[in-house]
Design a protein around this ligand. Structure first.
Ligand SMILES: [Zn+2]
Length: 301
């Protein structure tokens, strides 16, 4: 009986060794496959990163992410030129009156555009992006918000009465980010709106036409050193926009936009502009289920 037991134990031990050996064989055979999979994985990852970088230039353009200071790009490598995609925008306010332009003012530089708004008016994100700063500056911007957008721009919204986003929060174009106000270095309620690329000021009027509630062009060619306070270009761009020469679609026709009003649906817009809902979605980077916001502007041709 004892002998039988020993035999059984020995047999079991042998069987265990056999399983282990064959298990190890299996593992050994698996190893090259794992290495191959790993290589495929990293290739796929590199491809994915590259795709994301081209879709979201901000990822690769900016050297750092700073929640404290607005102006932190003194040593950043600014490309000689860069095309900024302005489609998918939303006007930050529905107000149309510009009270102060970007440029020299009272013997100092005014780095943004002032648009008349009233205390409590909704201020919206101009593009998709991530909120970098939500702070208060008593002698300057007052209550302000800085957003870094996927297209590479940064926008600053100053003199708000209330900020309604948090730092590091993702926002979509048109999301409310604050309420109009008169805080900081401001006389009379207004929105101080800045557009910057790697810290370099771009006159917002080169990008946005507030009186017409529209963008000036589909994509803005940033040229290093040529965007700062360039009023002549601004005036020319505005004149071109007024004449409907701001952009041409692939058929050579003028690009048309539609500002969302109460009751508008993708269906009603598609019928109005004789364009399919799918095409409308594709051109504006939205889905059929996207909720349209009043004041949002969609490209329609
Ligand atoms: Zn201002």
């Amino acid at each position: 009986m004892i002998l039988k037991c020993i035999k059984t134990v020995a047999f079991a031990a042998l069987a265990l060794v056999c399983v282990n050996v064959s298990g190890q064989d299996l593992l050994a055979r698996q190893a090259p496959i794992d290495r191959k999979l790993k290589a495929v994985d990293s290739l796929a990852l590199i491809r994915q990163i590259k795709a994301e970088q081209s879709a979201y230039p901000a990822y690769s353009l900016y050297p750092n992410w700073d929640n404290e200071r607005v102006h932190v790009y003194g040593t950043a490598q600014v490309p000689d030129s860069f095309r900024i995609d302005l489609t998918g925008f939303c006007m930050p306010t529905t107000h149309t009156i510009i009270t102060s332009k970007c440029g020299p003012r009272w013997r100092r530089m005014h780095n943004g555009l002032d648009i008349k708004v009233y205390i409590g008016d909704t201020i919206r994100a101009a593009f998709d992006g991530k909120v970098r700063i939500v702070k208060y500056e008593r002698r300057g911007y007052g209550k302000y918000v800085v957003i870094r957008h996927d297209n590479g721009l940064e926008t600053i919204y100053g003199h708000l009465s209330k900020q309604i986003v948090s730092e590091n929060e993702y926002v979509k174009a048109g999301d409310p980010i604050g309420l109009g106000g008169n805080t900081g270095r401001s006389t009379g309620s207004h929105l101080h709106f800045e557009t910057r690329f790697l810290g370099e000021v771009i006159n917002p009027e080169l990008l946005f036409n507030f009186p017409q509630q529209d963008i000036v062009t589909d994509s803005y060619l940033f040229v290093r050193g040529a965007n700062r306070y360039s009023y002549q270009r601004s005036a020319a761009a505005l004149a071109a926009a007024k004449n409907g020469k701001s952009g041409r679609n692939s058929d050579g026709g003028a690009i048309r936009y539609h500002k969302i009003r109460k009751g508008d649906t993708l269906g009603s817009i598609s019928r109005k502009y004789h364009i399919s809902i799918d095409r409308l979605c594709k051109m504006n980077g939205i889905r059929r289920t996207t909720i349209l916001r009043i004041g949002q502007v969609l490209r329609c041709s």
